[in-house]
Design a protein around this ligand. Structure first.
Ligand code: PMP
Length: 418
């Protein structure tokens, strides 16, 4: 398989040579497929209407597409029922919905008082749970990582007990790329009657996900990390649990009846959680992105694995580089630091070589406190990257490290006694 197979499907790359633009920041947001751009544009340009409201032809057509998109997601993650797929604004919104609705539900009543979170979590899978804990007097416990940032599975499993109410963990760490052993965690949570929440934001573009096989209670992800639009995401939940949750936001379309005499009554899931006019273009675009991933998953995985091994090799050939995470069990994402070099300066220099990547704590501050480092440079590869880009990155990285290392050395040279 040629490393350039999918590149032509991404308009932002079509007219640019790798020397002009190398995008290694797909974990922040992926580039967008032509089919996604076309579908969202078509909605605004030729098919604008609301969904689930008006009865005219265009509205009926768009409503049918909108619900078809739900079935596309259902099939993508192998959910049993399309009513288990809820549209949200993204993973952050899904997790906030979940934390707040769980808090107001009776689902926590007969459970323990602890919420377990992995030390690797993105802030979106920490702060909503901290707020839930604050509101309902629950306790946050942290599943620990080793010195490389890899989950200590044995210790994590030990923490799950009859006291656990919720276990919330990322399928893949956005900061380090590690694939977490979520199946073992879910099983243990289930054995102790705890609710399992999996943040699949960094997983779904890179590996097949089957929520029935995982047997998780909830699974969330964002559209924009999987070649789709921003502002659209998914919350999957087992239907009986969704039915037991109260609504999140209140307003049009999520109600069955409204009167001034008695309290409103609500639609069943999923509409119960979808108050107001949804991100229709986002939903339609996301379905296109998912169709692309589903038809090409094996090729995407093979290509990303090849590129990832090349990335590892080039980084390991630079003696000053330290790799973080678990390179034997990772998506095509590698974070690293460089001895004697400030990674923030390095990112700036790489940007001057037209290489876009992210530096810092990657919205996972507790993890970097744990690792006692200021931040890492993160290269996240996707199906539109290629070997030529990696070769250019290799040259630019070595060049930038040499420049910055010299800057560190210079003052010593100046002050050397003659
Ligand atoms: N979880 C993980 C693992 C992520 O990588 C991100 C985005 N960086 C989020 C949650 C939040 O996603 P969003 O910003 O799309 O809501």
């Amino acid at each position: 398989m040629s490393a350039t197979t999918f590149r032509h499907l991404f308009p932002i790359l079509v007219d640019r040579q790798p020397e002009q633009y190398i995008y290694f920041d797909s974990a922040a947001t992926s580039l967008k497929l032509a089919s996604v751009i076309h579908t969202t544009q078509d909605y605004y340009q030729s098919n604008t209407s609301n969904v689930h409201r008006s009865s005219h032809k265009v509205a009926q057509h768009v409503t049918e597409q909108f619900e078809q998109a739900r079935r596309v997601v259902q099939q993508f993650i192998n959910a049993k029922n399309q009513r288990e797929v809820i549209w949200t604004q993204g993973a952050t919104d899904s997790l906030n919905l979940l934390a707040q609705c769980l808090g107001r539900s009776s689902l926590l009543d007969a459970r323990g008082t602890e919420i377990l979170i992995a030390a690797t979590e993105h802030h979106s899978n920490i702060v909503p749970w901290q707020e839930l804990a604050r509101q309902y007097n629950l306790v946050i416990k942290v599943m620990p990582v080793d010195a490389n940032g890899v989950l200590k599975l044995h210790d994590a499993l030990q923490l799950i007990s009859k006291h656990t109410a919720i276990v919330a963990i990322g399928h893949v760490s956005n900061a380090l790329g590690n694939i977490n052993p979520v199946q073992a965690i879910i099983q243990r949570a289930k054995a102790h009657g705890a609710i399992s929440v999996i943040d699949g934001t960094q997983a779904v573009a890179h590996m097949p996900v089957d929520v029935v096989a995982l047997d998780c209670d909830f699974y969330v992800f964002s559209g924009h990390k999987i070649y789709g639009p921003t502002g659209i995401g998914v919350l999957y939940g087992k239907l009986p649990l969704l039915e037991a949750l109260p609504p999140y936001r209140l307003g049009g379309e999520m109600v069955k009846t409204v009167s001034f005499k008695q309290a409103a009554t609500f639609q069943p899931s999923p509409l119960k959680f979808e108050a107001g006019t949804p991100n229709i273009a986002g939903v339609l675009g996301l379905a296109e992105a998912i169709k692309f991933i589903e038809s090409n998953m094996h090729e995407i995985m093979a290509l990303e694995q090849t590129l990832y091994l090349q990335l590892l090799q080039l980084l390991e050939n630079i003696p000053e580089v330290t790799l973080w995470g678990d390179k034997a069990n990772s998506i095509s994402l590698q974070s690293f630091t460089v001895k004697g070099v400030n990674v923030y300066d390095l990112a700036l220099l790489l940007d001057s070589h037209n290489i876009a990547l992210r530096v810092g704590h990657h919205c996972a501050m507790p993890l970097f406190n744990e690792l006692a480092i200021d931040g890492v440079l993160r290269v996240s590869l996707s199906c539109y990257n290629n070997e030529q880009e990696l070769a250019l990155f290799d040259i630019a990285l070595r060049d930038s490290i040499a420049t910055l290392s010299q800057q560190v050395v210079e003052p010593d040279v100046r002050h050397k006694p003659s």
